[in-house]
Write a protein that binds this ligand. Structure first.
Ligand SMILES: Cc1cc2nc3c(=O)[nH]c(=O)nc-3n(C[C@H](O)[C@H](O)[C@H](O)COP(=O)(O)OP(=O)(O)OC[C@H]3O[C@@H](n4cnc5c(N)ncnc54)[C@H](O)[C@@H]3O)c2cc1C
Length: 379
């Protein structure tokens, strides 16, 4: 829709869904985290980390903020530069529909593709539109059908299939921004417990909320790390990233030695978590009973807990697909396939994946704008 709003000519958006922009509608708890104040290329994963630079520089978060301002959509920053609608995510969907209609583009819902070939410089599409067969041809075809995340919401691998059909390469695709699962039920007793934590590995580190679930770990810190994690690898969890727990406990030992260690720890960590970890970490007795070595051992474990997830919840709940259409085959200025003029790919279908926090929508807006402008210049 963003692309169609910028093509400046006759453009048709085809979607098999009943309603447009469904991921926008449900995102951000219904308020859509539509961009991030601090969005920059470093917030994106791709085999070519430079690829997103050009499009992102030509359509920034400020451009999108300006656009929603013109539509009177009120917004606020929640945290870490994440911008949400004050009202409803539906306002963003309505705005995009209005923009594409204003540009003279059209939107066909309940429409699926049953055949596609290229001949005589045109793409020939066979469509099933609400049960009716329709054939049409176009000079430019933009693959904007997203990734594989959440098939229940209509995600398919269509963009990848078409890319392959026209000889484009794909990078490996994997679910990302997705909760971790564990083969045992060790976290079940703590389901619902949430706390600020630092999750890290050799490649990345995130300070955000960690949430224990029946199946494993979730929350923003975990979703972020999942994009940097591979099967079999461990992640490190610091449950007390903002305090020097050892020093705090040592000081408390002086003044309140008769206090139970679990009680003192529960001032800094959720008590259900302390109770759960107590047997494993040997947390027992009063503060006065603890030697420096014992305190050090406990606090080291709390600040450097090593975990190896058995997997993730997969595409069923993943917010995005990591990987996709190989950027090597696309122009970073126009999103057009170098080997197949007239074929474009934008958004999540491309091997550009943002962090959690409005970055993925910003990429969708920026890449859609880049392709739209390129098409406008040739219509
Ligand atoms: C639960 C959830 C919450 C999210 N929250 C945020 C957030 O707050 N901020 C953020 O930046 N990102 C968020 N994301 C990620 C963001 O939604 C996507 O990265 C973004 O929507 C990608 O845009 P896109 O246009 O490339 O693809 P999509 O938004 O997925 O749009 C693709 C469209 O193509 C259609 N389509 C798919 N297959 C076919 C087919 N075979 N035939 C016809 N049509 C087809 C679909 O119906 C869909 O309308 C969230 C994702 C999820 C799942």
């Amino acid at each position: 829709m963003m692309c169609a709003a910028h093509t400046g000519g006759r453009t048709l958006v085809i979607d098999h869904a009943k309603a447009p922009g469904e991921k926008i509608r449900i995102s951000g708890g219904g308020r859509c985290n539509f961009t991030n104040l601090y969005a920059e290329p470093a917030n994106y994963l791709s085999q070519n980390p430079h690829f997103c630079k050009s499009a992102m520089a030509r359509y920034t978060q400020w451009d999108f903020i300006d656009l929603i301002g013109r539509h009177g959509i009120a917004w606020h920053e929640k945290t870490l530069g994440q911008l949400f609608c004050d009202g409803s995510a539906r306002q963003i969907v309505s705005m995009l529909i209005e923009e594409l209609q204003k540009a003279g583009a059209d939107l066909w819902l309940n429409t699926s593709l049953s055949g596609l070939r290229h001949a005589d410089g045109q793409f020939h599409l066979e469509l099933d539109r609400e049960g009716q067969r329709v054939s049409l041809a176009c000079a430019n075809l933009v693959l904007a059908s997203g990734g594989k995340s959440i098939p229940k919401m209509g995600a398919t691998g269509l963009a990848y299939d078409i890319a392959r059909q026209f000889g484009l390469r794909l990078t490996e695709t994997r679910p990302a921004l997705v909760p971790f699962t564990f083969s045992d039920e060790r976290f079940k007793p703590m389901a619902g417990v949430s706390l600020p934590a630092r999750l890290s590995n050799d490649r990345a580190s995130f300070d955000e909320a960690l949430l224990f679930t029946h199946r494993g770990l979730s929350g923003p810190a975990v979703l972020q790390m999942s994009s940097y994690w591979r099967e079999g690898e461990e992640i490190r969890v610091n449950l007390v990233p903002d305090i020097s727990l050892f020093e705090l406990l040592r000081d408390q030992r002086q003044t309140s030695g008769a206090k139970a260690l679990t009680t003192e720890l529960a001032r800094h960590l959720p008590s259900r978590l302390v109770d759960h970890l107590a047997p494993e970490l040997g947390i027992t007795g009063n503060l006065a009973d603890q030697s420096d070595t014992a305190l050090r051992q406990i606090t080291d474990r709390l600040s450097d807990w090593s975990l190896t997830p058995s997997g993730t919840e997969g595409y069923r709940t993943a917010e995005v697909t990591l990987g996709g259409i190989d950027t090597d085959g696309l122009s970073s200025k126009t999103m057009e396939a170098a080997s197949f003029p007239g074929l474009f790919a934008i958004g999540e279908a491309v091997d550009v994946t943002g962090w959690l926090g409005g970055y993925n929508f910003q990429w969708a807006w920026a890449s859609g704008h880049a392709a739209g402008q390129a098409i406008a210049q040739r219509v």
